[in-house]
Design a protein around this ligand. Structure first.
Ligand code: GLA
Ligand code: ZN
Length: 676
């Protein structure tokens, strides 16, 4: 399925990344050599200006763009395009020194000193005033330059500010949302412990030194932080778009584990989705786990706009911020790039093009290391990646593969799971449940959208809701219609417990809990200690059960497996309920990967997948539909050893042009790209 180009001025797979020439202004020879090396590495685009504010406006109102003029012009002459950043990710000293309000206040109520980055107050009118000035000047000077293809708004938005300005804005947000304190007190259940609010001014955000027991407040605070961050981002977008509306905008997101902001909301004002992927490769005997985390995030990024996206940052080899800075072993970089493309990326961009000489990122790897040479393994691997992307452009640029499966990852649900008390404060394995449900789909190339509860489910055949404790308003209606019309729904333990305010649903079997669709109601949830197990036999095989065990009362569902021990021995664990033309399944306890693999193999029977074959452990299939509507299949081996599989038909190898059929064998980090 071909979509429009992400960057219409340069409709190509992008290869390049963050480039910080402001650090090298005193080294003209280095800057000149960088461009030669970039060309050698098949780099066609760089991101500029992300942290350049102090070099663009060294004093208030004094602007020095000349160095950037030269850099952009030299890149353009060499055929290298520019993703231009707004510099709000890090402020200059003079701004913080003169206007304290631009600095954040932390959860202990302490105003932070100057330092680090990504830590300005999103509400501060002063910050907004000064960022507007510099953004506007950048746009006026460069937005019509032929080299500039995309805006990179700020850098990795995140974090919270508890300053008086943010607190005031929070109170206004609540007044608009609730109208009256009576409604707020009810929806937050604030009569509890005498926390009833009698004046709006009494409301403070949840802070270490303050409120922490009103969970509806915690949820609304997180919603506010996303709203305020989005508002700040829009402020910047409006500024640059006012000058030239034709340059698309992106903001670089982070991985699925970074859920401080709700990307389903933050993505709305953006034209292009992009994210920074730093999987922790080589941490175990197989790279399957980091590959799953990367792939599910790729799928989430693709699902935000249902189109291809940009891999805005990844490391050519190692990061510098983990406990141990492990290299990507030879071949891993190429495989991880293929994986990104397989799940919908139209780029491979790096942090960073040239390694900085000093300060805290000097040991983060780069395309060009301190040696300044192309004679390195990393440089050669990067160069190979660049040629691969050139080959891939005509085949897949701007395409996706239509998803018939949806995995629900609602960020608000994760926020509230993190603050509630009970049933397991020692850890609810939310992401583990998500990944276990995803594994079979990932392995077999059943394209899966990763969506929130606000999604439209009507186009899917399968919707999985892992541990969706919080039901957003109206999701019950959508799911009921989905199953009624023939869809297959899968829910897991601790789903549908509270409404969007974190208020528990009342009653036994109620439509609010989806009891009619699921065919049961939950009496109680037992929590298991770490290491404690129950078990079940499903389809002739025994599986351990951990973490949570729900005690169910079936109304119309059939039990497919029952608990083998404890006082709920013999009571249902896996259930199936026929509802309308569809079916709703429930897994009432923490179940292992092997169970979900077998279970999903059965219920996805007949759904489109990359190819019809048995896929060995550690191998993942994925596909994109090319411009002619044909499948381009990516076979990827993360097993760290040889793996073989039998092709279900004859394919053409995209890279060699050869016809391939029968058995193929992939070495460690091996892959094949096959055209149907
Ligand atoms: C993030 C940032 C970059 C850089 C890298 C290092 O993704 O956006 O500026 O610090 O991390 O991995
Ligand atoms: Zn603030």
């Amino acid at each position: 399925m071909k979509d429009t180009a992400l960057t219409p001025k340069f409709p190509q797979m992008l290869h390049g990344g963050d480039y910080n020439p402001e650090q090298w202004k005193d080294y003209p020879e280095v800057l000149r050599r960088d461009i030669e090396l970039m060309r050698e590495a098949h780099i066609n685009c760089v991101s500029l200006g992300i942290f350049s504010w102090a070099d663009l406006e060294p004093e208030e109102g004094k602007f020095t763009f000349e160095w950037l003029d030269d850099v952009i012009e030299n890149l353009w002459q060499a055929g290298i395009r520019v993703i231009l950043a707004t510099p709000s990710g890090a402020r200059p000293h003079w701004l913080a020194q003169k206007y304290e309000e631009v600095l954040r206040v932390d959860t202990n109520g302490v105003r932070q000193h100057f330092g680090h980055r990504h830590n300005h107050c999103y509400t501060s009118p002063i910050y907004r005033k000064y960022i507007r000035i510099i953004d506007q000047k950048l746009a006026e000077r460069y937005a019509s330059h032929p080299a500039v293809i995309l805006w990179h708004i700020s850098n990795e938005f995140g974090g919270e500010c508890f300053c008086p300005l943010c607190q005031d804005a929070f109170r206004t947000f609540l007044q608009e949302k609730y109208g009256t304190l009576d409604k707020l007190n009810h929806d937050w259940w604030a009569h509890f412990w005498s926390h009833t609010y009698t004046d709006w001014s009494q409301i403070e955000p949840p802070m270490h030194i303050g409120e922490g027991s009103i969970h509806g407040l915690s949820l609304d605070w997180k919603r506010f932080v996303t709203k305020q961050t989005t508002d700040f981002m829009k402020w910047e977008i409006d500024t640059v778009k006012a000058v030239n509306p034709d340059i698309p905008v992106t903001a670089n997101f982070m991985e699925i584990y970074v859920y401080g902001l709700n990307y389903y909301e933050l993505s709305k004002p953006l034209d292009v989705i992009s994210w920074d992927a730093y999987p922790e490769w080589h941490i175990g005997w197989s790279d399957t786990y980091p590959a799953i985390v990367a792939s599910i995030t790729h799928d989430m990024m693709r699902s935000l706009k249902h189109r291809s996206f940009l891999l805005m940052e990844n490391t050519p080899s190692t990061t510098n911020w983990r406990g141990i800075s492990k290299h990507k072993k030879p071949g891993m970089h190429e495989l991880s790039l293929v994986n990104a493309v397989a799940h919908g990326s139209d780029s491979c961009l790096y942090f960073q093009i040239r390694q900085s000489r000093g300060s805290c990122e000097k040991f983060h790897s780069a395309v060009i290391s301190h040696t300044g040479t192309s004679n390195t393994r990393v440089f050669r691997e990067v160069t190979k990646a660049g040629s691969l992307l050139e080959t891939l452009t005509p085949a897949v640029y701007g395409t996706t593969s239509p998803a018939k499966a949806a995995l629900v990852h609602d960020v608000e649900n994760k926020w509230i799971l993190d603050v509630i008390q009970g049933p397991r404060n020692d850890g609810l394995d939310y992401f583990g449940t998500l990944f276990r449900c995803y594994h079979y789909l990932w392995q077999n190339g059943i394209t899966t959208d990763v969506v929130d509860q606000k999604a439209d489910f009507s186009g899917y055949d399968l919707v999985i809701l892992p541990m969706q404790y919080l039901f957003q308003d109206g999701v019950q209606y959508k799911l009921r219609v989905f199953v009624q019309n023939g869809g297959t729904l899968v829910t897991t333990a601790f789903t549908g417990v509270v409404d969007s305010h974190d208020l528990c649903f009342l009653g036994e079997d109620t439509p609010e809990k989806l009891s009619d669709v699921l065919g049961f109601w939950v009496e109680e949830v037992d929590a298991l200690y770490d290491g404690e197990k129950n078990s079940m036999v499903w389809d002739g095989k025994s599986y351990d059960l951990t973490e949570l065990c729900e005690v169910l009362h079936l109304t119309s569902a059939q039990a497919e497996a029952t608990y083998t021990s404890d006082y709920y021995q013999g009571m249902p664990v896996v259930t199936c309920n026929a509802f309308g033309k569809g079916k709703a399944y429930h897994v009432a306890a923490g179940a292992p990967q092997e169970f979900y693999d077998a279970f999903l193999a059965r219920i996805t029977d007949g759904m489109e997948r990359a190819m019809d074959t048995a896929v060995p452990d550690g191998v993942s299939l994925s596909w994109r539909e090319d411009a002619q509507g044909k499948k381009l299949i990516f076979v990827q081996n993360f097993a760290n050893g040889e793996r073989s599989l039998t092709l279900d038909q004859t394919y053409t190898d995209l890279l060699t042009g050869e016809a391939v059929s029968g058995d193929i064998c992939l070495g460690a980090f091996g892959y094949r790209i096959l055209q149907a």
